[in-house]
Design a protein around this ligand. Structure first.
Ligand code: RNT
Ligand code: ZN
Length: 426
């Protein structure tokens, strides 16, 4: 059991211990507090959205499994869930919305017809909460995505439909950024690829390049909108080739000054995206992260405090690049309480950044420069037993949010009072 009364005393001891390494825990916390995690709306309802009729998750190479009760079925339920999540997290977060989550008010609005008015109630909600928003075109779960190609389709009609959709999302995202006073990242991920080995990869990639050129023809002020591109190695049904590969978008982003989105479920299982950050930052102004957890494949499991996420946070902090990286989560687990999934993942990401911010970077760099590799290794190991959990608990206490396991009870209460009354999953 967490003893709230002793947290301050424990924090004092932890502060002294870190001070012994020249690390200021108060400063680490104030830097952590400036990190806003963009919470992905799609964990609350299994990437369903609010289109009429309901979009069925397909044609996207992604999959949600599980049937835990309490899925958000309406906009107000989803907002209530996200508000609950935010109350259980220290610091201030953002909302990351997908285009299928518009407030369509019972109308059937095609994706190439979406407008700002369909998202105004979200913007107003964000204003009320004092948070920023990010956005995404939804180029899957749609009949025009069923044959596996969208922006790179050889069918001009299909291509133009998606080009128009993505153009509109840029316009909407820019308006979100303008109204909320913080740039919205509009992240483009498309499922395009093929199950079996194709013979003509080149044409699809040429088409994707042309589609993107057309999409980005219109310029928006960077203070409102940032465009980002998310690659993938393979997906379900696109095992043999994904058009928007890492190399493709890397080339495009460098040439056209776009953000790269790194989703750590989208690479070879042993590939560390933490290692890519210092390379990309040499050539790209800003990165977007989709922090996720692949288990054997891009399975979008709930984020945990594992080596992979730690390295990502460490590489950003060590490169002093927090101001050049936008942080989002991306996973969808319908097998457990969905609110719990958000809080576990978001807290794990925060903990990873805190852990990185508490490193005695000066000492470690000094060892490295002087070829004291044994000392460097020993120190990195010793840091693992330092009381960073205590520092995080103190951060929660200061933010008036549940500390330690207290959030579990809060979520259980929400499950009984709210989620259990939502009826059967559809
Ligand atoms: C899919 C990508 C993408 C999606 C969201 C829903 O593999 O990771 O980011 O998860 O757009
Ligand atoms: Zn992603």
């Amino acid at each position: 059991m967490i003893n709230r009364k002793s947290i301050e005393a424990e924090y004092k001891l932890a502060k002294d211990q870190y001070a012994g390494f020249g690390v200021d825990t108060d400063e680490a916390l104030s830097r952590l507090d400036k990190i806003n995690i963009s919470l992905h709306c799609w964990q609350a309802d299994d990437v369903g959205g609010f289109e009429i009729p309901d979009a069925i998750l397909n044609g996207g190479g992604i999959q949600v499994t599980g049937n835990h009760h309490g899925k958000a079925n309406t906009i107000s339920q989803l907002r209530s869930d996200i508000e609950k999540v935010m109350k259980l997290l220290p610091g201030r977060q953002r909302l990351n919305l997908h285009a299928i989550y518009g407030d369509f008010k019972g109308d059937k609005i095609e994706r190439d017809q979406i407008e700002i008015k369909h998202f105004q109630s979200w913007i107003d909600w964000a204003k009320k909460l004092g948070i920023g928003m990010d956005f995404n075109p939804t180029c899957f779960s749609h009949p025009f995505a069923n044959d596996g190609f969208t922006l790179s389709s050889k069918d001009e009609k299909i291509r133009n439909f998606w080009i128009e959709h993505v153009k509109r999302t840029r316009k909407i995202a820019a308006e979100m950024g303008r109204q909320l006073g913080t740039p919205a990242v509009n992240n483009i991920w498309i499922p395009d690829g093929s199950k079996d080995t194709p013979v003509d990869r080149y044409t699809h990639r040429t088409l994707l390049k042309e589609s993107l050129d057309e999409i980005f023809r219109e310029e928006y002020p960077k203070k409102y909108l940032k465009d980002s591109l998310e690659s993938k190695l393979f997906g379900i049904g696109s095992e043999s080739m994904v058009v928007g590969s890492h190399e493709f978008y890397l080339g495009y982003a460098v040439k056209n000054n776009k953000l790269i989105c790194l989703d750590n479920g989208h690479f070879h299982p042993t590939e560390q995206i933490g290692d890519k950050i210092s390379s990309l930052l040499q050539f790209i102004d800003e990165l977007l992260l989709h922090i996720s957890r692949g288990v054997r494949w891009d399975s979008d499991h709930v984020v945990i405090f594992n080596d992979e996420v730690q390295l990502i946070a460490q590489e950003i902090v060590r490169a002093n690049a927090l101001n050049r990286v936008r942080i989002g989560l991306d996973y969808f687990d319908a097998s457990i309480n969905r609110i719990g999934a958000y809080v576990v993942g978001a807290r794990a990401a925060q903990l990873a950044f805190l852990y990185a911010l508490l490193e005695p970077i000066g000492i470690l760099k000094d060892f490295e420069e002087n070829e004291k590799y044994f000392e460097r290794l020993a120190f990195l190991e010793l840091l693992k037993t330092m009381p960073y959990g205590t520092v995080y608990n103190y951060y929660c206490l200061m933010n008036n949010v549940p500390v330690g396991e207290e959030y579990i009870d809060e979520i259980k209460k929400y499950e009984v009072e709210i989620l259990n009354k939502r009826g059967k999953i559809n």
